[in-house]
Ligand binder design. Structure first.
Ligand SMILES: NC(=O)c1ccc[n+]([C@@H]2O[C@H](COP(=O)([O-])OP(=O)(O)OC[C@H]3O[C@@H](n4cnc5c(N)ncnc54)[C@H](OP(=O)(O)O)[C@@H]3O)[C@@H](O)[C@H]2O)c1
Ligand SMILES: *[C@@H]1O[C@H](CO)[C@@H](O)[C@H](O)[C@H]1NC(C)=O
Ligand SMILES: *[C@@H]1O[C@H](CO)[C@@H](O)[C@H](O)[C@H]1NC(C)=O
Ligand SMILES: *[C@@H]1O[C@H](CO)[C@@H](O)[C@H](O)[C@H]1NC(C)=O
Length: 323
């Protein structure tokens, strides 16, 4: 209830920030000039605004996108309003584990450090489709591609943290929609079962997977003593291209619930807060909404499910690579 009141009024929570806070406000005064950031899906929506603001704070930003034309357009826009911005674009298609591998290889070949990884790209409510590797599209894009990407870049992030003494951070764009998943949480026995596919629940499932992964990853990083945190965020409700498969429904919903919606600069605030704010030093395995920590669903807190998802995802990546 408190959450709803603060969402509508924009009153700040314990962090001093709230639903009305923008990405610029939450990063004010932060010097990011020693940080290198990768933002998946950084060519549009929340990701593009996150890229703009991080570049404004001095970070070296890599926009990872499948549509290079859109990515270069986004880069041009950022640089045209800020000629000092350091922005690069690199090709990444999360529906293809081969593309994920190539992206990681190309990034590592640049010899850049990696301080922050923002797993932001996503698709929502698409009709049943399989990825290049034969995995249901929402699970493949939102979860599996990011799972593989994170694993391939993890050594780099850990090493950068160690060599620079600056904490590494991994941020996953989850969603409040993680509450609306299949009853078993993750449908391990039928991830590709078309006959039982529900596009809304499949989105919820993939977003639950993002939180479970942040949790499991943060446990692993803690055990290793790595100076790298892993958290997940719900950015709020923002009208973006994400709504392409449900545009009419979303427009109606927005008319009925307009006071719950945010604009894009507000939508990028929670990602930027979790990726950069000094007050979150050492905070890991948590879920954030409106720039404040929140409890996710019981399923998202389930450690057994998180471990099971990790093993399942590893197997899926292995079997896809044998195809
Ligand atoms: N907007 C909201 O209300 C809301 C609410 C909760 C959570 N989120 C989450 O926030 C994140 C950002 O969403 P957004 O609202 O900013 O949507 P958006 O504007 O559609 O941005 C998503 C980005 O992901 C990219 N993408 C999709 N599939 C990809 C793939 N296979 N490989 C590489 N990139 C891919 C898209 O590129 P293309 O244009 O090429 O498809 C797009 O640039 C998503 O993870 C979403 O689930 C958003
Ligand atoms: C950036 O790195 C340089 C060289 O290591 C260091 O002198 C400087 O203080 C750092 N700046 C910030 C803002 O951390
Ligand atoms: C983000 O989500 C992906 C896919 O669900 C997962 O592999 C990765 O470990 C997660 N990272 C964090 C920081 O949550
Ligand atoms: C981890 O990073 C933080 C924040 O950048 C730094 O203050 C701390 O000393 C680092 N810890 C280790 C063990 O390197």
């Amino acid at each position: 209830m408190v959450g709803i009141i603060s969402l509508v009024t924009g009153w700040p929570g314990p962090s001093g920030f709230g639903s009305a806070t923008t990405a610029e406000q939450v990063t004010e005064g932060i010097d990011a000039s020693n940080l290198t950031v990768i933002i998946t899906g950084g060519a549009s929506g929340i990701g593009a605004e996150t890229a703009r603001v991080m570049a404004q704070r001095g970070a070296q930003v890599i926009i990872a996108a499948r549509n290079m034309e859109a990515a270069n357009e986004a880069k041009k826009k950022i640089v045209s309003s800020n000629s000092a911005a350091r922005v690069e674009t690199m090709k990444l298609d999360l529906n293809s584990l081969k593309s994920v591998r190539e992206f990681a290889d190309n990034f590592i070949a640049t010899n850049l450090p990696l301080n922050i990884l923002i797993n932001n790209a996503g698709v929502m409510f698409c009709p049943f489709q399989l990825s290049e590797d034969g995995v249901e599209m929402q699970f493949a894009t939102n979860h599996l591609g990011h799972f593989y990407l994170t694993n391939l870049l993890l050594e780099k992030i850990k090493r950068t943290a160690k060599e620079t003494g600056i904490e590494g951070r991994i941020v996953n764009l989850s969603s409040i929609a993680h509450l609306h998943t299949y009853p078993e949480g993750i449908r391990f026995d039928g991830i590709n079962d078309r006959s039982r596919y529900n596009e809304k629940k499949a989105y919820g499932q993939s977003k639950l997977a993002n939180i479970l992964h942040a949790k499991e990853l943060s446990r692993r990083l803690k055990d290793e003593g790595a100076n790298v945190t892993a958290n997940s965020v719900h950015p709020g409700l923002i009208m973006t291209d994400l709504m392409r498969h449900s545009l009419f429904q979303m427009k109606v919903l927005k008319i009925l619930t307009h006071m719950f919606w945010k604009n894009v600069p507000q939508g990028a605030a929670t990602s930027c807060y979790v990726a950069m704010h000094p007050s979150l030093k050492g905070i890991t395995g948590k879920y954030f909404l409106d720039c404040n920590e929140k409890e996710p669903s019981d399923l998202a807190e389930n450690e057994k499910l998180a471990k099971q998802l990790w093993t399942f995802s590893e197997e899926l990546v292995k079997s896809a690579q044998r195809l």
